[in-house]
Design a protein. Structure first.
Lengths: 335, 322
């Protein structure tokens, strides 16, 4: 197993480099100009100097390795410095945003908690709803509950978050006035009332994202349970006189969780993509909104770094899913 | 089994018995019709397609006409509870510039459906091509599957947004404002959603090409091109059709999402996603303007998903006839 993990990690390095190169070249080929929003009165040679000051004067084969060095060496060095008080970075140039002129990673660190709170919470809620729904749907196949579950997950697949979110706002904020429609990120939890406020403002974005998660994972859970419920070992367990509870929740559930866990792991990166839209609707200033602002402002270092971070997440969770599969299913041998 | 009661077996050797020409697609259609959700989906999809294609023709109001005296009309249902501000001339109401919302919904549907279908066809063509080539030619398999893995590891929505923003101006200059964006968005969605199809097709082709009939075809000297088009493609058609319905649903949602984020078509060119996005700032006073395009998107996608469900059952010969 360890050799497998090491091998996979080694393979993912060239894959990530290739992905970084693809994203970099896409941004490089694009004709967008960060100087486009500057006033027209600035003379051409001054604009050229400004462009060089942003590091755009060099050809791509100089800038791409430089970006890689900044991302993989300089930024972690700064990170270690701030954590342990060392001086590894030695004042080297960090990745600087064109828009805010501050290090990209400082902005990302500011935005990360909001995204993690909303996205992470929604994923936890979605999984927590999906698993029981899937189990009951499979155990009572074709019952009313199962039909309803199928219908709700069909809706979860079909209603895009930018409609379900807006619909929730229309119902719960505009008509009923129960919940705030805008996520207030400056709010800090100090006492019970502020905690309740935090809960109320998180309910809608979390539910919108959780609907998508629930739709997907409850289907996988149901299918996996159905596969296992028909197996011989289930009949054996029942024949031994074990209670239905033990048979379903211990024998069948454990075996059904194997594929579902990998699906849960694989879904984590894609939920960050979905958060781009949800954050836009509820005005959460998280990573997704940061990406949209950076795109609109032609902030190439920010876009590059964020997109690459999403790619790192995908590669990482693919690896985690494969490893989990091997850990939980002793029939899988990777060596 | 109801098969025997419905079709009593004809007496053998009776020359006068009518020869019923039943090919495979009639069976598929019969099975498809028995799936209620899929039939409802199909009827809805045909209905909304006709609404968008034929509707503007019958309705006759141009979606971009400004009628500032009749701005902000409410939908006609509001007359039931005595809202004054309605008119039979604009049953869906009008927006803040007096543009007819029904005409806009029709026009938006045309664009959204056109983008969805074209992008789906592009994705299916790319996916099928790569899947067949990778499955049939072992030498190319490794390379093409690594390429598929690479695409699967890309963060697709961010990259699509990047592409939309960065390439819109040159394409606009080259093909005109609307056509340029149309080409861009179709290609963008197409090249970011072919991977699942390619994987499914490759898997099926790998299994099919070891079958005896392919071996027989090869042994009488059929060239690879002919083996693929005559023997392999017809047999992988069912998974392709199922993934085509999924592709159509995701393409419509992706286009709406891009339009919703303000990176799609130009402002005066409505699509469902764009109408929804434009209505959001004023949804406190006019919630119905959010509902129409949102319902159109959701119901269309729901219909397509149900059609996919029905197709999957209808194309599976193990389920058919039960």
């Amino acid at each position: 197993m360890l050799t497998y993990i090491i091998r996979r990690l080694l393979i993912s390095i060239p894959a990530l480099l290739l992905i970084a190169f693809v994203i970099f070249m896409l941004l490089e080929l694009a004709p967008g100009d960060p100087m486009a929003s500057m006033p027209l009165t600035i003379p051409a040679e001054v604009k050229q100097q400004m462009r060089e000051a942003l590091g755009l004067g060099e050809p791509w084969w100089v800038r791409f390795p430089l970006w890689l060095k900044q991302f993989f060496i300089v930024e972690p060095a700064y990170w270690i410095d701030s954590a342990f008080g060392t001086d590894l970075a030695g004042g080297q140039q960090r990745i600087i945003s064109f828009q805010s002129r501050s290090p990209v990673f400082d902005t990302i660190a500011e935005r990360m908690p909001q995204t993690l709170w909303v996205v992470g919470m929604s994923y936890v809620v979605g999984v927590a709803i999906a698993l029981p729904v899937g189990i009951i749907s499979a155990y009572r196949q074709y019952s009313v509950f199962d039909q309803a579950g199928t219908f709700v997950s069909m809706i979860g697949f079909s209603v895009p978050p930018f409609f379900s979110g807006v619909l929730l706002i229309v119902i719960f904020s505009v008509s009923l006035g129960w919940l705030p429609s805008i996520y207030d990120t400056t709010h800090s939890v100090t006492d019970w009332d502020s905690f309740v406020f935090q809960l109320r403002q998180m309910v809608m974005p979390v539910m919108v994202l959780a609907l998508q998660t629930t739709a997907q994972i409850s289907r996988y859970m149901r299918a996996a349970m159905l596969d296992n419920l028909g197996q011989d070992y289930v009949r054996t367990a029942r024949a031994k006189g074990m209670s239905e509870r033990i048979v379903v929740l211990k024998h069948v559930l454990r075996n059904s969780m194997i594929p579902v866990i990998t699906v849960i792991a694989l879904g984590i990166p894609s939920i960050f993509g979905g958060a781009i839209i949800t954050e836009q609707i509820f005005k959460v200033n998280g990573l997704g909104q940061l990406l949209i602002i950076a795109l609109q402002g032609n902030d190439i270092p920010m876009v590059m770094t964020l997109t690459f971070l999403f790619a790192v997440l995908i590669v990482m969770f693919n690896l985690i899913a494969d490893v989990l599969y091997g850990v939980f299913d002793p029939r899988i041998r990777y060596d | 089994m109801t098969e025997n009661t419905a079709n009593p077996p004809l007496p053998a050797g009776d020359p006068t018995a009518p020869v019923v020409d039943r090919n495979q697609w009639w069976d598929v259609w019969a099975q498809f019709r028995s799936h209620k959700g899929a039939m409802a989906g199909l009827i809805f999809l045909v209905g909304i397609t006709l609404f968008c294609l034929v509707g503007p023709w019958l309705w006759g109001i141009d979606p971009t006409t400004l009628d500032i005296r009749n701005k902000d009309l409410r939908p006609i249902v509001n007359a039931l509870w005595g809202v004054e501000n309605v008119s039979w001339a604009h049953p869906f109401g009008t927006d803040n510039l007096g543009r007819d919302i029904m005409a806009q919904t029709m026009q938006g549907g045309r664009i959204s459906l056109a983008v969805g279908w074209t992008a789906m066809i592009l994705a299916i063509v790319i996916g099928t091509f790569i899947g067949v080539v990778a499955g049939y030619f072992p030498r190319l398999d490794g390379l093409l599957m690594r390429l598929t893995d690479l695409f699967l590891a890309l963060p697709l929505l961010p990259l699509l947004l990047v592409m939309m923003l960065l390439f819109r101006d040159p394409l606009r200059a080259a093909f005109g404002p609307e056509e340029g964006i149309f080409i861009l968005i179709v290609i963008g969605i197409g090249i970011t959603s072919w991977m699942q199809t390619a994987r499914i097709v490759r898997g099926d082709v790998l299994a099919l090409k070891e079958r005896e009939y392919v071996l027989a075809a090869r042994s009488i000297g059929t060239p690879s091109r002919r083996v693929i088009t005559r023997h392999l493609l017809p047999n992988v058609l069912s998974p392709i059709m199922v993934s085509a319905t999924l592709g159509l649903a995701t393409a419509i949602i992706t286009e709406s999402a891009v339009s919703f984020l303000g990176l799609g078509f130009p402002p005066d060119y409505p699509t469902w996603g764009k109408l929804l996005a434009d209505a959001v700032p004023r949804m406190v006073s006019f919630p119905e303007r959010v509902i129409w395009p949102g319902l159109a998107i959701s119901l269309t996608v729901l219909a397509v998903n149900y059609i996919g469900d029905g197709l999957r059952d209808a194309l599976d010969p193990r389920i058919r006839g039960q």
